[in-house]
Ligand binder design. Structure first.
Ligand SMILES: CC(=O)N[C@H]1[C@@H](OP(=O)(O)OP(=O)(O)OC[C@H]2O[C@@H](n3ccc(=O)[nH]c3=O)[C@H](O)[C@@H]2O)O[C@H](CO)[C@@H](O)[C@@H]1O[C@H](C)C(=O)N[C@@H](C)C(=O)N[C@H](CCC(=O)O)C(=O)O
Ligand SMILES: Nc1ncnc2c1ncn2[C@@H]1O[C@H](COP(=O)(O)OP(=O)(O)OP(=O)(O)O)[C@@H](O)[C@H]1O
Length: 513
């Protein structure tokens, strides 16, 4: 069983008096015990470290106060909770602060504890359904190539001045985001790129941060289990484009939701698009698609222009790269300086984003993190464009997440490929067979004549796909991307699609990357 990745904390913990925290928590109830010193803050027992203030909040599954004993056993020295959690929290025998509207105060309190409000670096935030991680990695690479000390927080990894940490949530809880920023501050990070999920915004995880430049990639069907409608989902993302969160923004017009953000801007917003008909502030031009990468140019109305190359497959990923370059210049860095840094191309490796794991001969195998119909459509198009033979699409769907999007994922997968192999992804607590059935039924109903096969588990499915494939064919394995586990009944079981694909290729006598 794989352990949960640890939360990144500053090397030198802060020393904050509990009564100073109480003063900011707007509490009327408990004067904090004199002398209690807090050296960190955590919202989950999974992140508690000795000396922490444990924040016990209500959630979907219960109240965090139920975990106070475990938090104290892990070293928590005090608890911050609401009226509903008070009795349970007090039973643990450590000082308790009770405050209303705690979730809304958490960012500010965490910023106070970790001292992240002063001397903040330049901070970029990226939101959208697809392409956040890709844009964030490219942006970090651009800033690094310009000679800046960088920090990065994405679904895949967190980076601090070159040091790499595995991620858990895409956007960490407010307590953990500020701990991360504090560690970056210790390492003299000058520019930070944060991936901001819709949940990150609606759960207040980026509270206490003012982004210098926000970026919007696109919006398509996802997370309807959390937001119900596309309008609500858009409203969650829109929270980033307000004066209390961001100074300025660059919005891609890839989907019509970008136009909606531009319609009534609450902060200065520049648009970017590859479609000249939309008359964007930033024009993205794809100049040349080569096997080793794509040459593109971004240019604004003022004539600022950057031309460079990036080793990414497909116009959609190049759109992410163009957004990253435009965001850099909108942050105030001179276009000449950006151009000089990118003269020889953008040096970026993004784990599990249409990543080829195959060698120079045999079928190409790409492992991708796409888990929405839009991502499937764009990635299949990109793979098809460079594949002389057949495209085999291998995928599954997340259990306990957004079942509404599954039929469309299956239809798009079947529409864009020659053969479909349906397997398991993270079943979580759902029955994997019924998830597969839903996908198979939708794909067969839409494309009755197509070869659509169900193979479980994924180890057998990739083997099956490689067995079918010939030299010149391609397999797109969509879903697992960079991930190194599968969530099976709440247990993170170690698993790497990239390694399984390499093993399958090797078993069939093909080289790997
Ligand atoms: C829907 C959602 O976002 N849920 C998050 C939320 O859970 P919750 O508020 O329902 O909490 P709960 O399970 O009822 O527990 C109540 C409280 O008890 C605490 N607790 C609970 C159990 C325990 O053993 N110890 C403990 O301390 C919890 O930390 C929580 O504060 O707060 C928890 C504590 O931080 C998160 O772990 C949990 O994320 C779950 C695991 C999750 O999967 N979230 C996904 C949907 C998410 O946030 N995804 C986005 C990106 C999506 C994308 O871009 O595709 C992300 O930013 O990662
Ligand atoms: N601009 C884009 N438009 C459509 N699909 C994209 C775009 N960029 C990336 N994708 C697809 O989405 C997948 C996930 O990409 P990426 O990790 O960059 O997005 P993300 O927004 O960070 O996703 P998540 O929120 O799940 O972490 C990619 O593997 C690719 O299939």
């Amino acid at each position: 069983m794989e352990s949960t990745p640890p939360v990144v904390r500053p090397s030198t913990p802060p020393q904050i008096r509990l009564e100073d925290i109480a003063g900011r928590a707007d509490t009327s109830s408990t004067p904090a015990e004199a002398g209690t010193i807090v050296t960190g803050i955590a919202l989950s027992t999974q992140s508690v470290q000795p000396g922490d203030l444990f924040v016990a909040l209500p959630g979907k599954n219960g109240h965090g106060a139920a975990y106070t004993d475990s938090a104290v056993q892990a070293g928590a020295v005090a608890v911050l909770t609401d009226a509903d959690g008070e009795a349970e929290a007090r039973a643990a025998g450590v000082p308790v602060i009770v405050s209303d509207n705690l979730r809304a105060r958490l960012g500010e309190l965490s910023a106070f504890i970790y001292g992240t409000a002063d001397g903040a670096p330049t901070i970029f935030g990226i939101t959208g359904t697809n392409g956040k991680t890709t844009t964030a990695y490219v942006l970090e690479a651009v800033l690094r190539q310009m000679g800046l000390v960088t920090g990065l927080s994405t679904t895949a990894e967190r980076h601090i001045a070159g040091e790499v940490f595995v991620s858990r949530l895409t956007t960490p809880e407010a307590t953990d985001v500020h701990a991360l920023l504090a560690r970056m501050k210790e390492q003299h990070v000058e520019a930070v790129v944060l991936e901001v999920s819709a949940q990150g915004l609606t759960h207040g995880r980026v509270d206490g941060i003012l982004f210098d430049v926000a970026g919007f990639t696109n919006l398509s069907i996802d997370h309807l289990d959390d937001y119900g409608t596309m309008e609500n989902y858009f409203d969650a993302k829109e929270l980033l484009f307000r004066p209390d969160r961001s100074r300025t923004a660059v919005v891609s017009l890839e989907t019509t939701w970008g136009q909606k953000l531009l319609a009534e801007p609450k902060i200065p917003v520049a648009s970017i698009s590859a479609d000249a008909a939309t008359d964007p502030d930033w024009r993205l031009e794809i100049l040349e698609a080569l096997p080793e990468g794509t040459r593109f140019r971004v240019q604004n109305r003022a004539g600022d222009s950057v031309e460079t190359t990036v080793a990414l497959l497909g116009d959609h990923l190049v759109a992410d790269a163009g957004l990253a370059v435009a965001m850099t210049i909108e942050a105030g860095y001179a276009a000449d300086r950006v151009q000089a840094a990118l003269q020889d191309g953008i040096e970026v490796y993004i784990p599990g984003r249409t990543e080829s794991v195959s060698g120079p001969t045999g079928p190409r195998v790409y492992v991708d993190f796409g888990h929405s119909s839009d991502a499937f459509e764009k990635t299949l198009r990109a793979v098809k464009a460079v594949t002389p033979g057949r495209v085999i699409m291998l995928f599954g769907a997340d259990g306990d997440r957004d079942p509404v999007k599954r039929p469309e994922m299956a239809r798009v997968a079947a529409a864009g490929s020659d053969i479909v192999v349906i397997t398991d992804h993270h079943p979580r607590f759902e029955d994997p067979a019924s998830i597969r059935r839903m996908l198979v039924d939708a794909a067969r109903e839409a494309f009755p004549a197509k070869q659509i096969v169900e193979v479980s588990p994924p180890e057998a499915a990739i083997d099956y796909a490689v067995d079918l494939a010939r030299d010149g064919d391609a397999i797109l394995w969509a879903g697992p991307g960079h991930q190194d586990y599968r969530d099976i009944r709440g247990v993170r079981t170690p698993y790497s699609a990239r390694e399984l694909a390499r093993d399958a290729l090797a078993r069939h006598g093909w080289p790997t990357s």
